[in-house]
Design a protein around this ligand. Structure first.
Ligand code: FEO
Length: 164
C-alpha cells in the first residue's frame, strides 16, 4: 500500500505531465505558425509522449487502489521569440521534471516503498533520454547560429526524430 504522502506527490507529478503535454502542444502550434513543419510535428509527438507519461501514473495510482485527481492546469506560454528559445525552454523544463522524479525516488527509498521506487525507474531513464535529446537539438541550433538555411536543416532533423 502506498503511503498517502506519496499518493499526493505522484498525483502532483501526474498533473505536471499533463502540463508538459499542453506545453509541447502549444509549442507545436507556434512552430506551425512560423513555418517550421518538422519542429511542429516533433513537438506534437512530444506532447503525445507526455500524455502517455501521465497515463502511466494514472494507471499506477488506480492499480494501487487510489483515485487520481486531475487539477486545473496552468496555461502554457504561448509566445516565443525563436525556435532556439523554445528548445532552451524545453531543456530547462525537462531538467526541472528530472529533479521532481529524483525527489519522488528519494521519497520512495526513504519510506521503504520499493514498489514505487521500481515504478519510478522507468521515469528516471526516460528523463535522462529527454534531457540528452533537447541538449543535442539545442547544440545544433547554436551551431547554425539562427541562420535561416541552417534552421531549415535543423527543422528537417526534427522531422526525422519524429519519424524514427
Ligand atoms: Fe514526462 Fe518529459 O516529462
Amino acid at each position: 500500500m502506498i503511503k498517502q504522502e506519496m499518493v499526493v506527490n505522484l498525483n502532483k507529478q501526474l498533473n505536471l505531465e499533463l502540463f508538459s503535454s499542453n506545453l509541447y502542444l502549444q509549442m507545436s502550434s507556434w512552430c506551425n505558425s512560423n513555418k517550421l513543419e518538422g519542429s511542429s510535428k516533433f513537438f506534437k509527438q512530444q506532447s503525445i509522449e507526455e500524455t502517455s507519461h501521465m497515463h502511466r501514473l494514472f494507471d499506477y495510482l488506480i492499480d494501487s487502489g487510489n483515485t487520481p485527481k486531475i487539477s486545473s492546469i496552468d496555461s502554457p506560454p504561448e509566445h516565443f521569440p525563436s525556435l532556439k528559445e523554445i528548445v532552451q525552454f524545453s531543456y530547462e523544463h525537462e531538467k526541472m521534471i528530472s529533479k521532481k522524479i529524483k525527489n519522488l525516488s528519494f521519497q520512495a527509498i526513504d519510506t521503504k516503498d520499493y514498489l514505487t521506487f521500481h515504478f519510478l525507474k522507468w521515469y528516471v531513464e526516460e528523463q535522462c533520454e529527454e534531457e540528452k535529446m533537447f541538449k543535442s537539438i539545442l547544440d545544433r541550433i547554436e551551431l547554425v547560429n539562427e541562420d535561416p538555411s541552417g534552421l531549415y536543416f535543423v527543422d528537417q532533423i526534427l522531422k526525422k526524430i519524429n519519424n524514427s
